[in-house]
Design a protein around this ligand. Structure first.
Ligand code: 0GY
Length: 303
């Protein structure tokens, strides 16, 4: 008997998101934005992409809103995850039902038509994501990415890039040539057992220093940490360095529902409590959680 349309089985060993996170001690400033999170499916309604490298558990837009309210946040930037490939229907559905409180980052194929880009723009998409993490995607030639970058620039969109630190030397010049604002996921995934002042993280800091169109998400201590939850203390110096040196070009997000976590599933409340460790003053917190994401994703609401 063949499986029902949309039927799926999670990747063996998949860790589901925490359905009862703690309430954070840190209270975000009014209007705070979770600027990196995903929606998954529901798979029966929005099937996962045939070329995906993992099959997650469902994580709906309604569940995302419930989390945001629990954590004291007001808005979301939903980032297309690789398990949905370039089929942005689940993302667009979330944006369309958000009353303007969500913006999106799409995944697009090189042959996407201009009209489709415009439809995504109308839906609230403000950028595309290029993923260079080898376990998540088949390698893409760079030329089509440059073409997409040139086509989205007139829409005022930006590019989100996801890569691991050991790939940066090879990708540096390509990244530096991108014509739009570029947002780097998870601080370029440093190896936090190496020094914050060392060569590896130094190259990432140089990218931000020398190219003021580059921003960084100071996200995912749970992915980077070797010391582990709930404090993720070994990630603090890295996040704090980026926030303090580039306070106007940083974003924060939960990364809910935390795809591909292997060691543990984070408590999203504890992730919110990580924020004041890397952004220790109310002024830095306001830039990180409100001013910066509003400027990038809701510029029409910023005076
Ligand atoms: C993240 C991280 C991961 C996955 C994806 O698009 C994705 O599938 O981004 C990961 O596995 O490290 O930011 O969600």
């Amino acid at each position: 008997m063949s499986a029902a349309p949309g039927a799926f089985e999670k990747t063996p060993g998949w860790l589901d998101w925490d359905s009862s996170p703690s309430r954070p001690a840190f209270v975000p400033p009014p209007g705070a934005v979770d600027a990196h999170c995903h929606v998954f499916g529901p798979g029966a309604q929005f099937p996962y992409a045939p070329q995906r490298k993992y099959t997650p558990c469902d994580a709906s837009r309604q569940q995302l809103v419930a989390l945001r309210e629990h954590l004291g946040f007001s808005r979301n930037v939903v980032v297309q995850a690789t398990c949905h490939g370039s089929d942005n229907r689940a993302l667009v559905d979330a944006l369309a039902n958000s009353d303007g409180t969500m913006r999106g980052i799409a995944g697009v194929a090189p042959d996407i038509r201009d009209e489709e880009l415009e439809e995504l723009d109308t839906a609230g998409v403000r950028g595309v994501r290029f993923n260079f993490v080898k376990r998540l995607v088949d390698a893409l030639p760079r030329e089509p990415l440059i073409e997409i970058a040139e086509r989205i620039a007139p829409l005022g969109w930006h590019i989100v890039i996801y890569f691991e630190a050991q790939e940066l030397p090879e990708l540096y010049e390509f990244f530096a040539s991108l014509p739009t604002t570029v947002v780097v996921d998870h601080m370029g995934r440093p190896d936090v057992s190496r020094p914050v002042d060392g060569a590896e993280f130094g190259l990432f800091l140089r990218l931000l220093r020398e190219h003021d169109n580059f921003w960084s998400k100071v996200t995912c201590p749970e992915r980077l940490s070797q010391s582990g939850p709930p404090d993720y203390s070994d990630v603090v110096p890295f996040g704090r360095r980026v926030v303090e040196e580039f306070p106007d070009r940083v974003l924060w997000g939960t990364d809910w529902p935390h795809p591909n976590m292997k060691t543990h599933m984070p408590d999203d409340g504890k992730l919110v409590d990580f924020i004041p460790k890397i952004a220790p003053t109310p002024k830095l917190q306001r830039k990180l959680l409100v001013d910066n994401p509003m400027r990038l994703y809701w510029p029409e609401e910023v005076n």
